[in-house]
Ligand binder design. Structure first.
Ligand code: BEZ
Length: 216
C-alpha cells in the first residue's frame, strides 16, 4: 500500500466538511479518530455504511472517539444525501462531519486509493491523539465494511495503549476477554504488571511464550 501507513503522521490538510472547514490535526487533537472514505454519494454500499456509522456513533462517543467520513463528492451533494442515509438505516443519525473530495485530490494524500481500480476505496484509518495512523483497513468499493470489526479493532488498540503495549489481544478478542502478554515482557516484569496473576499455556515446545492475563 503506497503512501501513508501505520506509524505515519496524517498530513495536516485543510478540509471542507458538512460541519465546518478545519485542519485535520485540529480535529484529531486530544482524542482518537476513525477516518473512513467512500467512493461516492448516492451509491448503495456507501449509503448502508454511513448509516451504520450513524447507528454506532454512540458507541464511539462512549469511548471518546471521533468519527470523520470522506466521500468523493461536494458538500451540497453530501447534504442532499444524508436524508437517504438516515431513512435507509432506522435509528441512524449522521452526526459526524463528512469531508468533500469532489476532485479526488484528498484521497491520494490520505492513502485511500484502491491501487487495482486506481480510484477511491473503502479505506479506514484509526488515528491516535498524536495524529499518527494506528490501524488501517483497505477494502475495494465492492465490499462493505463490518462496523462491529471496526469497533472491536478500536477496542483492541485502546486496550493495548492503556497497557503501554505490554499486552496484545488474541484472535477474535472482545472486551472483557483475557489478553495475552507481549513477548517483550519478561516473566518477572509480568508478575509486577499483573499482580492478579497470569497463566502460561503448556505447549509442546515448552517455550512459555503464550501467557494469558485477565485485565477486566
Ligand atoms: C457503492 O457504494 O455501492 C459502490 C460505490 C462504488 C462502486 C461500487 C459500489
Amino acid at each position: 500500500m503506497p503512501g501513508i501507513t501505520l506509524g505515519d503522521t496524517v498530513p495536516n490538510l485543510e478540509v471542507e466538511t458538512t460541519h465546518k472547514n478545519f485542519k485535520l490535526h485540529d480535529y484529531f487533537a486530544d482524542s482518537w479518530t476513525v477516518l473512513f472514505s467512500h467512493p461516492g454519494d448516492f451509491t448503495p454500499v456507501c449509503t448502508t455504511e454511513l448509516g451504520a456509522m450513524g447507528k454506532y456513533a454512540h458507541e464511539f462517543e462512549q469511548r471518546g472517539v471521533k468519527l470523520l467520513g470522506l466521500s468523493c463528492d461536494d458538500i451540497q451533494s453530501h447534504k442532499d444525501w444524508i436524508p437517504d442515509i438516515e431513512a435507509f438505516t432506522p435509528g441512524s443519525k449522521v452526526t459526524y462531519p463528512i469531508i468533500a473530495d469532489p476532485n479526488k485530490e484528498i484521497i491520494p494524500q490520505l492513502n485511500m486509493i484502491d491501487p487495482i481500480e486506481n480510484g477511491p476505496s473503502r479505506a479506514l484509518h484509526i488515528v491516535g491523539p498524536d495524529c499518527k495512523i494506528k490501524l488501517s483497513f483497505l477494502y475495494p468499493s465492492t465490499t462493505g465494511r463490518n462496523m462491529d470489526e471496526v469497533l472491536r479493532a478500536l477496542d483492541s488498540l485502546l486496550m493495548a495503549a492503556k497497557h503501554k503495549n505490554k499486552i496484545a489481544t488474541p484472535v477474535n478478542w472482545k472486551p472483557d476477554e483475557p489478553v495475552v502478554i507481549s513477548p517483550a515482557v519478561s516473566d518477572e516484569e509480568a508478575k509486577k504488571l499483573f499482580p492478579q496473576g497470569f497463566k502460561t499455556a503448556e505447549l509442546p515446545s515448552k517455550k512459555g511464550y503464550l501467557r494469558v492475563a485477565d485485565v477486566s
